[in-house]
Design a protein around this ligand. Structure first.
Ligand SMILES: *Cc1c(COP(=O)(O)O)cnc(C)c1O
Length: 715
């Protein structure tokens, strides 16, 4: 779309605040609440109605409202201040990276991911993997790392979740309204639109490339729902993880091969390539094809590709790693492998993984064969991944398998409550965001007076209760029913949060293992406890969907009604409200299936301690004073494990969590020991489990060496 086309869609904006549109097209606003306020203040109801999407907001806002804002001196002062911060950010030549890692400058790191979780108004993510990718981009922007990202725009996104009367999950796919997406057509250096061509099972398919600006970092997303494509291929990338094996394969071909071609057309020639999970691994074949077509022998080309690539694996369950049937690969690649100058067997061997049912083409194998640098996403997961993939390195012991560990983190400014960020300004000092990974700085959290932190924590919980009641009210309104108990939840009860994808290994129903014991805990007079759940199950995951139904049904039972609440539509907005508003965060994966987990990091950053199985990131973070570990014994039988883990949760709640929260209060009613733990959670988690520390690790361990020019010697 040209600037002129854009004009047609918008309410004319008074010149004085005309830059509101420019701001809407840079997702910088997603981690600057003061920038969001510039829109919400103009019309708070519309801001909610458009689900915090400033592009849509500007299209629908009334002229009168804009005129009022443009004539309001207080508004204009804020407007000028935000825009001047925005300009300073975008124009800075002196960034954290130019100071700390000058060698990164002038390089380009390409970051490929099937999903990016940047904001609730841009539904191109499904869960933790996407959120991590989104946070990675925001952090790269903040520190000035020269990174470009490649992904998909899914015109129908991931589904929106509704629950029917019985609590069964319904998946709603809404078509994205393109004029409401903060994306503009990407352009070549000559100014042409970018359309890439990829062959899919003998048929040419086209993808148009759009640019989404994330602060200083560009994200290029491909869309196959365009005119020259046959109907079948237009639908290809319509939904994230929506299709069968073949659609999935087609999407991955476009992501990997189309993505490389898109960057070439854009005139971007990365010096390092980072694959966020195996979905993008076909990019390795395309890099190989490019080199071979220039006349490089394949062995040498493979070596060349290896020296510039980074692969992050996220999947500790073998069955969840992408692996395609050989015949499907043949159908898609029979014209491709001759271009590499190799035959069928050699091609399949690049990614071969033998399963009990026969050979498959495994994206993780492909990625590991073609990257010199690979990592899991927590120390424990690194160890698990080394065991899982040791068969690829028969001459190496498990510890020598070249898969490192770089633990995940979260983008602090995106996940910290604005109310707390203000307190951090006061106690850590203005500009603490520049020193996020400075552990000594975070120790100043201990200086925050207990009553100050307690009153903010209470306020955040009240906000969450209001949010949850409003969601619940809307749900019943849509169903034309009235809730059996109203209002749900108590403002001051100890509140447990559980929100994540409902993959079965996360055991969302574990806490219901002994219903009577749980009821007794929740309804203890004077010590009430409540639990808020949220989460989506993959539409094809019957077990996950059953968990949702079960929890919903429990929430209607006497003893749970009003105290157990399932919130519909888990997304970034729900996650944000929950991680800052609850008192404790519950995490119950079946060890070692949780590669990292990040929601508990978001919670800790907000002074919300975790009650968690020692899986993923938690063994690295847990110190005995910043939360609780549950189920520290391991059993072979899953049912025995579940029963014991559930008992451990009850015990921790009864003996430790509840007394600390309710009994040990000072004269002013502040639970001093509790607040001490909240502080400990912030101090020990915020500096380390941040994307700041994570990116420093990627830079030091991988990016710097991968971007170095590499001369390959022919033997
Ligand atoms: C953080 C986040 C996740 C990841 O949660 P885990 O605890 O790591 O499973 C998933 N979905 C959303 C919307 C999130 O914000």
């Amino acid at each position: 779309m040209t600037q002129l086309d854009l004009e047609l869609f918008f309410t004319p904006i008074p010149k004085r605040i005309g830059r509101l549109r420019e701001l809407a097209y840079n997702l910088w606003w997603t981690w600057h609440p003061e920038a969001q306020d510039l829109y919400s203040q103009i019309d708070p109801d519309l801001w909610e109605l458009v689900y915090h999407n400033p592009v849509q907001f500007l299209r629908q806002v009334r002229q009168r409202r804009l005129d009022q804002a443009a004539g309001n001196p207080t508004y204009l002062r804020q407007f000028d201040s935000v825009l001047s911060d925005f300009d300073a950010y975008m124009d800075a030549t002196d960034t954290w990276c130019t100071r700390q890692y000058p060698l990164t400058q002038g390089k380009t790191i390409a970051y490929f991911s099937a999903e990016f979780g940047l904001h609730e108004s841009l539904p191109i993510y499904s869960g933790g993997l996407g959120i991590l990718a989104g946070d990675h981009l925001k952090e790269a922007s903040d520190i000035g790392l020269p990174l470009v990202a490649v992904g998909f725009i899914y015109p129908q996104g991931y589904f929106r979740q509704r629950l029917d009367r019985e609590g069964r999950q319904l998946a709603e796919y809404q078509k994205l309204t393109f004029v409401d997406v903060p994306a503009i057509p990407a352009r070549t250096p000559a100014g042409d639109e970018v359309v890439v061509e990829v062959e899919l099972a003998g048929r040419l398919t086209y993808a148009r490339v759009y640019r989404i600006q994330v602060g200083r970092t560009p994200l290029f997303v491909m869309d196959t729902d365009i005119h020259p494509n046959v109907e079948q291929n237009r639908e290809l990338a319509a939904r994230l993880y929506g299709g069968d094996h073949e659609i999935r394969l087609a999407q991955e071909v476009i992501l990997g091969i189309g993505g490389v071609r898109a960057l070439r057309q854009l005139g971007i020639n990365p010096t390092a390539w980072h694959l966020n999970e195996g979905h993008a691994a076909f990019l390795l074949l395309e890099l190989l094809r490019e080199l071979v077509s220039q006349g490089m022998p394949i062995e040498q080309a493979m070596q060349q590709v290896r020296t510039h690539t980074i692969f992050t694996t996220h999947t500790p369950a073998p069955s969840h790693n992408d692996a395609f049937p050989i015949n499907l690969i043949e159908k898609f690649f029979w014209r491709y492998w001759p271009q590499l100058g190799i035959g069928h067997e050699e091609f399949m061997n690049l990614a071969r993984q033998d399963q009990s049912w026969g050979p498959t083409f495994s994206m993780t194998t492909l990625a590991l064969n073609f990257t010199e640098r690979a990592n899991g996403v927590s120390k424990l997961h690194g160890h698990v991944a080394r065991g899982m993939w040791q068969w690829l390195y028969p001459e190496k012991s498990r510890d020598e398998v070249p898969i490192q560990a770089i633990s995940n983190g979260v983008h602090t400014s995106s996940w910290v409550a604005p109310e707390l960020a203000q307190i951090y300004d006061a106690y850590l000092g203005i500009g603490w965001q520049d020193r996020l990974d400075d552990a000594a700085l975070w120790e100043r959290i201990y200086d925050i007076p207990n009553d100050v932190l307690w009153s903010i924590r209470r306020r955040l919980k009240h906000n969450l209760v209001a949010f949850a009641r409003e969601r619940t009210r809307q749900r019943f309104h849509l169903l034309r029913e009235s809730p059996a108990i109203w209002p749900v939840l108590e403002e001051d009860a100890l509140t447990i949060g559980f929100a994540r994808r409902f993959a079965p290994y996360k055991r969302a129903t574990l806490i219901f293992n002994d219903l009577e014991r749980l009821k007794a805990i929740l309804n203890n007079p004077g010590h009430p406890v409540q639990i808020i759940f949220a989460g989506k199950a993959h539409p094809g995951d019957e077990e996950g969907k059953r968990f949702i139904h079960d929890i919903y049904q429990f929430s209607l039972q006497p003893g749970f009604a009003g105290r157990v609440l399932f919130l519909e539509e888990y997304d970034i907005a729900t996650a944000r409200e929950m991680v800052k508003g609850v008192d404790v965060w519950l995490n119950t994966p079946r060890r070692p299936h949780e590669a990292s987990g990040t929601s508990g990091q978001k919670a800790s950053l907000n002074g919300v301690p975790n009650i968690s199985v020692l899986d993923g990131w938690w063994p690295e973070a847990y110190n005995g004073n910043n939360g609780w570990a549950i189920g520290e014994e391991w059993y072979r039988e899953p049912e025995v494990q579940d029963r014991n883990d559930a008992r451990s949760i009850y015990q921790v709640l009864e003996d430790e969590v509840i007394p600390r929260f309710y009994d040990q209060r000072d004269a002013a009613g502040v639970p001093v020991q509790w607040i001490t733990m909240c502080k400990e959670a912030i101090v020990t988690v915020a500096p380390y489990f941040s994307t700041r520390r994570m990116l420093v690790d990627y830079i030091q361990q991988f990016y710097l060496s991968a971007t170095l020019p590499h001369t390959i010697t022919t033997e």
